[in-house]
Design a protein around this ligand. Sequence first.
Ligand code: NAI
Length: 402
Amino acid sequence: MIIKPEIQGVVARTAHPMGCQMAVLNQIAYVRNAEPVVNGPKKVLVLGASSGFGLASRIALAFGGSNADTIGVSFERGPSEKGVGTAGWYNNIYFRQEAEKSGMIAKNFVGDAFSPQMREQVIEYIRSEFGGKVDLVVYSLATGVRPNPETGELWRSSIKTTGAPVTGPTINIEQDKMVQMTIETATEEEVDATEKVMGGEDWQSWIDILSQADVLDQGCKTVAYSYVGPESTYPIYHHGTLGRAKAHLHATADKLNEQMKGLGGEAYVSVCKALVTKASVFIPAFSPYILSLFKVMKEQGTHEGCIEQMQRLFAERLYGQHQSAGVPVDLARLIRIDDWELEPETQDKVSKLMVQITEENFQQIGDYEGYKLDFMQLNGFGFDGVDYAAEVDMDELVALAP
Ligand code: NAI
């Protein structure tokens, strides 16, 4: 079968396995040549390991100097009569293949990270086959729904503001168009539900259960990811439902940090840069900002993708020679790996560009080309060196276990 990209709005309905493999190999090649992670962790659990920041974390920790064995948990779909499967499914497979070639353990669990069964399986595996303990837990889940662990009822997140409604242009990748969208004001229930899905409750519950099972090593760290952004985007993000959920995540980091002191452990939130991922393309009215940001940061030579961000996080912040003074954090105890995004000179240029962007000129003024290429590559398309006209053997793909 020949696999072609099929995009619906901002969702890719197909993924190209060979391109996903290329994406994993490219990220491995990057971290092998970057400043290495020194004194890094050796036994890592990554929740949300199959794409975006979670996958980049796993690659940086395995191949970027620390040679970590990893367990990756993700929610992905394999090939079936319904389709070729999701990009993350193939990312898991090709990551594991490469890690095993280099003598590292890479175990993939595919299923619902919110479920008690997944916690049990992971703990059982850590005890029986992973040396009994982990020394880092990365929490990088991004999703729209979470089941209430008590009732099974679903909480659904919404991307809304908490102030007055905001109208702004949003990209439709399928049609290469910008369309006006209004972000409505969230109700209190919507704010609460988003906090349940994207706040810190599930992270806390994972750490509690891992700690009770005695599978967290002495000095174990945990990190989750957040976004803040410049003031111009506050009505959409920071002061919206997602920002409220992130505030809960930040508070959870402080609680976990206290809790983990008994183990000599630490808990952090790292505030990351705005990037194109499967999750972030859903944020409405954010497009003029991200298109302008990419343009300016590329011109300045400061642009980074998930892999550059994660390598820098582990090599220069969470681990490394810089450790004598502790992990560098801001006044709110957040790691700021969004430092280059928020540089005043960058933000000044971005603000000037943003106001010029219209539905007619966004492809010229902003970096739409780069934005779209990132999106295509997340799904394995748009790589030089992949023969997209070649037949892909589906039987071979079905035989690949995660
Ligand atoms: P992503 O969509 O690329 O990755 C999400 C991961 O979560 C995938 O591995 C997916 O399989 C997994 N997942 C989702 N639901 C699951 C479930 N029920 N069970 C098991 N696994 C599940 O998302 P991205 O963007 O990498 O997000 C990760 C974190 O980084 C989030 O907390 C996000 O808010 C944060 N972040 C993202 C930024 C961006 O611009 N993309 C910027 C700053 C922070």
